[in-house]
Design a protein around this ligand. Sequence first.
Ligand code: SAH
Ligand code: SF4
Length: 382
Amino acid sequence: MAQIDPRPTSVDPVNLFGLSRSELSEFLASIGEKSFRAKQLFKWIYQLDELDIDAMTDLSKALRAKLQSVAHISLPDIVLHKIASDGTQKWIMKMADGAMVETVMIPEGDRRTLCVSSQVGCVLDCSFCSTGKQGFQRDLDRSEIIGQMWLAAHALKSQKINGKPITNVVMMGMGEPLLNYGNVISALDIMKDDMGYGVSRRRLTVSTSGVVPMIDQLSNDIDVSLALSLHAPNDELRDELVPLNKKYNLDEVLAACKRYVDKHESVSHRSIVIEYVLLKGVNDQPEHAQQLVTRLKDLRCKINLIPFNPFPHSGYQTPSGIHVRKFQDRLIKAGFTTTVRTTRGDDIDAACGQLVGEVKDKTKRNARWTERIKTQQIDTSE
Ligand code: SAH
Ligand code: SF4
């Protein structure tokens, strides 16, 4: 009979990357070290971009050796980086298990906004979204979320950009951030932390398709800006475009947004952003603008119109520029600050989620070709 080894198995090394400053303090205390060292570690990792524990020279040699035996610092890998002619940059980041997500940086004047992914794919399957069409694989952990920021900031620093490499963050990449709540909050903590990236709360935006209980939770836990992906002014249409509406309908979602605004009103005159993708002939008619005005009259908000970003087999079309302008004018006349999101980075790819789809496709295509070459169905002599 096999003998059972009575010795305890060794504990897995902890990934220090992605721990908040207070968690890092707790970890240091748990290995018998002074918790104030967390500040130093934090500065090395997020401000000096140093990932090699041995190079953190203001930590004693003994502490560095100890950390190397019980911890590690691991991030995703960059597998693709593209820079568009308008300065927009996109990265595809690959996780340790091979999962891939997209991160985009959009420059505008002195502002550099990073669009960060929270999940691999998305379970909510909005009808016009290419991420939704890829299905859901998994949540990103916090090191994978803040890792996107580290890698993008690091790349921008090496491009000798003046000022802060990233001034604004929007959780508008792949996935629904409020369905990966804990990891998103931890990552936002590091983005906000002065010893981390020091991005002010007003410049951090969480975008949601309307997960009502988590909107309330968010307003209790962290003070950041909120964007709601509304996309339709009535339940019938929203049920079709955003299937989550069948669970939390328009009244419920807008009431949660109002609570969010009211909670911080006295301190910050808070308003929220309403995102509205314009789909030709579907939700872009004068009656839709009129219904939107009625629906939003009691909510302190700004409206951001997003002309549909097409992708193959979507079944939707983008309205013309003139049509978009007319829709915008109706909202402005009714008193709403209304902007139109201009398409950026056109020459490096379109809607969020498409780049990953394309890389995956190519990988599959390559695999198919390799298979056919192996089985000698193809003549490779040319
Ligand atoms: N899941 C969150 C955040 C990620 S999606 C949410 O839905 O809010 C970020 C934004 O991109 C959302 O407003 C979403 O509706 C929009 N979007 C998705 N697919 C799009 C497309 N093909 N064209 C234009 N906007 C799109
Ligand atoms: Fe998910 Fe947002 Fe895409 Fe809807 S729009 S499928 S919630 S990522």
